[in-house]
Design a protein around this ligand. Structure first.
Ligand SMILES: Cc1cc2nc3c(=O)[nH]c(=O)nc-3n(C[C@H](O)[C@H](O)[C@H](O)COP(=O)(O)OP(=O)(O)OC[C@H]3O[C@@H](n4cnc5c(N)ncnc54)[C@H](O)[C@@H]3O)c2cc1C
Length: 492
């Protein structure tokens, strides 16, 4: 084991999208920066999450769009996706799980890459253990940013789960082949997106959900319309069901799930207690935990395995001095790439300001406050129909004590939507703050709504008064004309 000490201004632990952006901002401020990465530069997002999942889902949407319109419908007929072509395109979007391109970007940006597993070793000190066992010690003059992301969580105490080698997001986004039968456990975003993708690629898919609906953090109609879309695509969606045991006897053959619960299945059989379900693979999409178990948190008085609690500038709370930052998934504010990158811009600015001895502007919407995490984080679910949501749901707004009214509109009644697809089905809702006369939330469900979302984000984050929004005219004939009806509802 060798040990050398190197000094930087800033050390970033983890080269996912968040870490890369913290490092980029630090370098842009003239700070000498190192980034430590244990696996691939680009992180979960580039190789096992956002990019490959959206590469799998984009052909599903393209085919659905072609099918939705008389004329192009006849052109595609009842043809199915070509799985080999879809998987090959997915592979190209992950650069075949090779990070040369992103390593080149680090080099061109002036960020030093240190490969290995990083751990805090004390105040502004990090050790990096390389694969060959050698160790480097890095010290930071100004800041260390922990950007180590999150990992999938599997339930504990389920007999046979480990031996069944369940899929997590890594296999679900990276599988080189299409399983004949796939069970997906969990009705959140990852569960519904992966159920949609693999069903379209030809798997028989059963979606097993413990609760009574899908997408529990969104407006209830979002989950209802997505469940309808999945069922139309042939996914067997079951609610009120739990997997109590799994058996995969020879390690590679089919896996038998034992189910409990009374949720009805699509064929009306119900998932009675003890029903056994045989599938080729089972995906657990049952939540995320922070990657903090082995990053040396105990060296700075924090508890390993915990989410890192931060203030709005992403400075970690409970640590002496203002040198430790936690950015992205690891701080649990909003587990989304774009919010992680947003936090990175905020934290990078805070690091630079402190390094120059300037005071931070952490007032709400200040340059060093990630206020949008709670007020206006947008999210898209890339199923058919798509879900695009920002800000608060009605339930969340009421919980926050706001006096609100919702305005709903049938998206299918909008001229632009009926042109987009024959028999277009969808729904839109805005949550209107009656006291401040601004929108605090919006949820759009329907084909092609993802690209409408930014208008809602601007309205919510900009706190644009409804009387001014009235003058933001949507082009005719686009789906965006739904705004006219929604705004009439707010004013009326
Ligand atoms: C299936 C799936 C689909 C998703 N789709 C979307 C989407 O469409 N849009 C969206 O916005 N979000 C999506 N997400 C969420 C998104 O992937 C995360 O929010 C994002 O990856 C978080 O970025 P991060 O940089 O914080 O962490 P990560 O991307 O997890 O990167 C963390 C990096 O830190 C490294 N690391 C960890 N520990 C150490 C250590 N001790 N030393 C050195 N390196 C270390 C890891 O190897 C990794 O490279 C999806 C998630 C999943 C699971």
């Amino acid at each position: 084991m060798t040990s050398t000490a190197e000094e930087y201004d800033v050390i970033v632990l983890g080269a996912g999208p968040t870490g890369e952006n913290v490092a980029d901002r630090a370098v842009a401020a003239g700070l000498r920066t190192a980034i430590v990465e244990a696996e691939l530069v680009g992180g979960e997002c580039s190789y096992w999450a956002c990019m490959p999942s959206k590469a799998l889902l984009r052909p599903v949407a393209a085919l659905a769009d072609a099918r939705a319109v008389a004329g192009s419908r006849e052109a595609v007929g009842d043809g199915r996706l070509d799985p080999a072509a879809v998987l090959a395109r997915r592979d190209s979007f992950t650069s075949h799980w090779n990070d040369d391109g992103q390593v080149g970007w680090l080099r061109d940006t002036g960020i030093d890459l240190v490969r290995g597993h990083g751990r805090l070793a004390g105040v502004r000190t990090v050790t990096v253990e390389a694969e060959d066992g050698s160790e480097r010690v890095l010290t930071a003059r100004h800041a260390v940013a922990v950007c180590t992301g999150s990992r999938p969580v599997l339930p504990t105490g389920v007999p046979g789960l480990a031996e069944a080698h369940p899929w997590t997001n890594r296999e679900a986004t990276g599988s080189p082949s299409v399983p004949g039968r796939l069970a997906v456990v969990g009705g959140g975003v990852v569960g519904v997106e992966m159920a949609a993708a693999w069903r379209a690629l030809g798997s028989e898919v059963v979606l097993l959900v413990r609760g009574a609906g899908l997408l529990p953090r969104m407006e209830p109609f979002a989950g209802e319309l997505v469940a309808e879309g999945l069922r139309d695509a042939g996914v067997d969606v079951r609610f009120g069901v739990e997997v109590t045991a799994l058996e995969r006897t020879d390690g590679t053959g089919p896996v038998v799930l034992t189910l409990t619960g009374r949720g009805p299945s699509d064929d009306g059989r119900g998932s009675g207690d003890g029903e056994r379900l045989t599938v080729d693979e089972v995906l657990y999409a049952t939540g995320r935990a922070p990657r903090t178990a082995d990053v040396g948190l105990e060296q700075v008085g924090l508890k390993p395995g915990d989410w890192l609690e931060v203030d709005d500038s992403c400075t970690v709370l409970g640590v002496d001095g203002e040198w430790l930052y936690a950015v992205g998934d690891v701080n649990h504010r909003a587990l989304l790439t774009h919010q992680g990158k947003y936090q990175a811009r905020i934290a990078g600015g805070a690091i630079a300001a402190r390094a120059e001895g300037r005071a931070l502007d952490t007032a709400r919407w200040g340059v060093h406050a990630a206020s949008a995490d709670s007020a206006g984080a947008p999210q898209v679910v890339f199923t058919q129909p798509e879900v695009a949501a920002v800000g608060l749901t009605l339930e969340a707004a009421e919980r926050a004590g706001l006096r609100v009214r919702t305005v709903d509109h049938d998206l299918g009644a909008v001229a632009g939507a009926s042109l987009y697809g024959d028999d277009y089905r969808g729904r839109a809702r805005v949550v209107f703050d009656l006291d401040r006369q601004v929108l605090v939330g919006a949820c759009l469900v329907g084909p092609g709504v993802a690209e409408l979302l930014h208008s809602a984000t601007v309205a919510v984050v900009g706190e644009v008064p409804i009387d001014r929004l009235w003058h933001a005219v949507p082009a005719y004939p686009t789906i965006s004309e739904v705004w006219l009806r929604l705004l009439e509802g707010c004013r009326g």
